[in-house]
Ligand binder design. Sequence first.
Ligand code: C2E
Ligand code: CA
Ligand code: CA
Length: 525
Amino acid sequence: MLIVLGAMASIALPIVLSIQLARTQGLDEQLDLARAYAEGLVQRADAAADGIDEAVHTLAAIADTDRCSGAHLAAMRDILVSQSHLQVVGAVSGDAIVCSSLGRTEPIPIGPVSLVTSRGVGIRPSVTLPFARDQQFLVVEAGGFVAVLRKELLLDFTTVAPDVSLALYARSTGATLSARGHLDEDWVKATRNGASLAAPMNGYAVATHASRRYETGAIAAIPLDHAHQRSVRFGMVLVPVGLLAGVCLAGAFLYLSKLRLRPATGIKLALQRREFFMAYQPVVELATGRWIGAEALIRWRRPNGEIVRPDLFIPIAEESGLIVQITQRVMELIGRDANRLFGAFPDFHIAINLSAADLHDIDMPQRLRRLAAKTGAQNSNLIAEVTERAFVQVDRARSVLSELHQFGVDIAIDDFGTGYSSLAHLESLKLDYLKIDKSFVDSLATESVTRHVIDHIIEMAKSLDLKMIAEGVETEAQAQFLREHGVQYAQGWLFGKPIAFRELVDRLKLQSLDPELPCLTAQRP
Ligand code: C2E
Ligand code: CA
Ligand code: CA
């Protein structure tokens, strides 16, 4: 379930990101465009202002005091030819043009100056002329001369979509000199300080740009619809890319989760390839040192010869449910190794580790019974080692263990003291052995707080009438302590490491011939 969710998230995330990316890409692109429009507008306005500047200088440089002299009129005509965007160049008197490139005319009223720049240039942003009443003109006045240009001319960008707003304004007052499309007061206000900006505002991608040489500023605003359309277009490219990335990511996720599950897959394969075998660790009688039994411990040899430790793969097998198959294999292997063993060594025992799941495997008792038959086991030749964890479902444990008891299998509680145990449960389970965990044996040599726990465990085992097997005995001092405290049996490197079945049998044969043997070979590698 988690893997499916993870894989779905792996697909969804890149798509969401690509939609998000398409969205920001769309907006970014429109802001860039608006910035370019605003800059273009300022450039054009600057060029026009440069031309007007130059014209005024030319006209002012003519020596004749009559600003409508022949020389002036000729110069005006020249200017008009060289600056085609200008409609009229003339001389002004009061609020009227008195002569122009067209010659001396009736005064043409142009109304009052509405804006004077810091350089003394007068601006009339919206003037209607008698010969072109349907148009609006921008009239720039300096030194008694005027230059007249069509307002739209500055904004006449054929490549700009018709719903894009463009405006040229005077930075000093915010008054628009020329504008087209919707113009929001907020945009003008936001740009009055002369800083260039580009941001989404009131449904538009708005950019402003200020002239460095003149007191003009420009605004370009593109409806955000454009950005959305672009986003959709970007999305058409990015979302499939995102989808592809998502599928790749999901693949990677599944691959990784498979890797995580690989140990279980590896265990399954190992079962198929028969890579498991058993080792047997002797259990000795502390009083005599005689080998009275052995614990069967599983071993996994990989095809490359590497031996995998059971405490690495048993938990994985338990988690994945494969432990039941492993236990089944363990019984098969013991059956093969110890075929008719107890006929030859009737006082010996073999202990088999069972996991919690094994107690829920309805076929397990039957298999153990077959193993008993194969090995010639009588009462107490087989021991089932069960950890406290398996006793959590105490009713189940009780019924399975009593079934095993019925056909002569003894029960040992393994790793005692490391998990959950209720004394009442232990009493009701009718156990035979208590295995004292290695950690308590280890603590004997220390001054730790657990140092005395072993005393209580021993007392408890005695009160429940359980035989004790101490685990992980490595030193003679530990063995001595255990012996003195009435622990009957022990297991550990002091007496013997887990060995191959052949070695075990060789040793048992010697032991049955020579009663003194245990003392001679107590220490094995
Ligand atoms: P366990 O049942 O407590 O087995 C005892 C472990 O302690 C064994 O490790 C044994 O080799 C190790 N041991 C014995 N004496 C000494 C000693 O003196 N010093 C030290 N340091 N270690 C000692 P092993 O064989 O690696 O097994 C580890 C665990 O794996 C076992 O702990 C048991 O829980 C599990 N296991 C092993 N074989 C099987 C199996 O066939 N079935 C199941 N269900 N679990 C198994
Ligand atoms: Ca054990
Ligand atoms: Ca143990």
